[in-house]
Design a protein around this ligand. Structure first.
Ligand code: FE2
Length: 264
């Protein structure tokens, strides 16, 4: 079967989650309109500026050199902070989507990444990849986004290739060996930019090959919730985005070339 080449689009309606997740499982990504009303979007935009400006507990600056990126670690945030953002990323339909995706309850959006990308912003997520740790993401544009100001881009239907890579090199996959999650057979023509007005929500699994767009002009303002932590699992305290990984992760013991040879 030929993999889909278009991004499916759905309008949010109560009860749409089974259809949504069927499309996510088939294509890896769905563009959702109408998931946020204009008043809530306006409140999120105010909180977006506050999050990027604060150094309070629960908001970690990821230290990008150009632009700004923070990780909001909800378990560490003072109660009542950023209420519109917390309410949006706690919506019951998202939990339902997560339950369907994982087949078990997971902590919904325990990390929310808040980013402002501008011309010159550079991070690892700008090359096509799948995430080492499979994650369901709720990715919200807070401003109008086109390919010029860095539309999220992906290869719809590329989940099958990820499965093959994981089967082939499973134990080799790690943040230190990220080349396995970055070598791909896709051409530039197969990478589709997901453009949309402010309020567009992209629901995707990181098993689909994806990348952040490069901003050639303007800015891109995004909040994105990450869902993968099992209930009872520890919410990540360290930077865990493609932008933020640094040497603070415990180093995995390097295997010799001989060990690597026999592993294959
Ligand atoms: Fe990623």
């Amino acid at each position: 079967m030929k993999a889909p080449t278009q991004i499916p689009e759905l309008n949010y309606t109560p009860g749409f989650v089974p259809q949504l997740m069927e499309a996510v499982n088939a294509c890896g990504v769905v563009k959702v309109f109408g998931a946020i009303d204009s008043d809530t979007l306006a409140r999120l935009r105010v909180e977006y500026d506050e999050i990027l400006a604060t150094d309070e507990a629960g908001v970690k600056d990821l230290g990008v050199e150009v632009g700004k990126a923070c990780n909001v670690i909800r378990a560490e945030l003072a109660e009542g902070r950023f209420p519109a953002t917390m309410e949006f990323f706690s919506r019951p339909w998202m939990q339902e989507a997560s339950d369907l995706y994982w087949g078990e309850p997971r902590i919904l959006n325990d990390n929310i990444f808040v980013t402002r990308e501008i011309p010159g912003t550079q991070h690892l997520a700008q090359s096509l990849h799948f995430d080492v740790q499979e994650t369901l993401k709720f990715f919200l544009y807070l401003n109008d986004v086109t390919r010029e100001n860095g539309a999220f881009s992906c290869v719809p239907g590329s989940i099958g290739h990820t499965r093959a890579v994981r089967a082939e090199s499973g134990s080799e996959l790690s943040y230190e060996n990220r080349e396995y999650s970055r070598q791909h057979p896709f051409s530039e023509e197969e990478i589709v930019p997901v453009e949309g007005p402010a309020g567009t929500l992209i629901v995707f699994t990181t098993e689909v090959w994806h990348r952040a767009g490069l901003v050639s002009s303007g800015e891109r303002h995004v909040m994105r919730g990450h869902t993968r932590t099992p209930i009872g699992g520890k919410a990540r305290k360290k930077k865990n985005s493609e932008e933020g990984r640094k040497a603070d992760r415990p180093k995995r013991k390097k295997r010799s070339w001989l060990q690597r040879l026999f592993k294959r």
